[in-house]
Design a protein around this ligand. Sequence first.
Ligand SMILES: [Zn+2]
Ligand SMILES: [Zn+2]
Ligand SMILES: [Zn+2]
Length: 349
Amino acid sequence: MKDERLPNDCYFHVPRFRIAPLPRPQLRRDPIIDRPVIISTDRLGRPQELVTSSELPRPTVCPFCAGNERLTTEPTYVDPQQGPWRVRVVGNTFPAVRGASDPLPETAGLFHSVAAAGIHEVVIACPQHETSLSRLPADHLADFLRALCARMSSLLRDRPELYPLIFNNHKAAAGASMAHAHAQLLALAVVPELVQRELDSASRHRKLKDACIFCDMIEHEQRDGARLVLQSPRFIVLAPFASRFPCELWLLPRHHACHFDKLSGIELTELGEVFHTVLNKLDRGLLDPPYNFVIHTAPRSAPEADAFHWHIEFLPRLTGIAGFEFGTGIHINPVPPEQAAEYLRGIRV
Ligand SMILES: [Zn+2]
Ligand SMILES: [Zn+2]
Ligand SMILES: [Zn+2]
């Protein structure tokens, strides 16, 4: 059958930003954890590629809005402590994990289970019913990030054995069930496999090359420039070489810093600005897409920590995760990260 597509008719759906087709699909490997992805602009001609960015309906009563505090559990953090709050943290009413670790597994032959211990909190980003973090000013986002740090820090002081993962789901297509802007802090009794792979790789690189793999990657990206989106004095934002999603971005400290919760006040102010810029570039450039972000930080006791950088991974959800991804663990991304970076560099916020 004749391919009806013109060779240049290679657009990414939202908005129609033109992608130069690659001569052939590439299998790339992430320099940190060796995770493969397929970058294939051949996928761009398909009809119906876009996941609909379904908005969540406005609830009749939103438990996260100021005035409805009675609908949540007692806060574990309120900023400021007196007067109207700007950021508020409460226990998740529907927790994925809870309680203390129980060392005794239940075993039936090959099958083992233990209590899924941990803590699951919700960080409510603002008192008004704002559905997008990108619309909060940079100084408010700095307060939001300060709340994430403070809760992580306090949690690790009380229960240093837990691994704290912070994540955010924006819109129903990215897994959100509440529209009001918020993030979640889920502290697990195990270090997640993905984070452990990052730590192991950092440790291996340190042993082999006596260098930090994150510093080496940052230095390469600064020199090369093709995947660089923005830099501030302390932070860098880039489209990773083996991006799993169109316009995936990573935000990292430019200098060694492995624990997200150790950020200083001045760093949080600057991070608020960078975070605001990233969210608004995605919002304007991709027309308010569904997305997730996750924060990876080193566990308290990790010996590899001195060769690790905490980082935020922004994962826009413009293409579906389907059978191939579930069947192989390999993502297919139709947008080369170099072209995503060039496009997002040009988006003014
Ligand atoms: Zn609300
Ligand atoms: Zn480093
Ligand atoms: Zn990571």
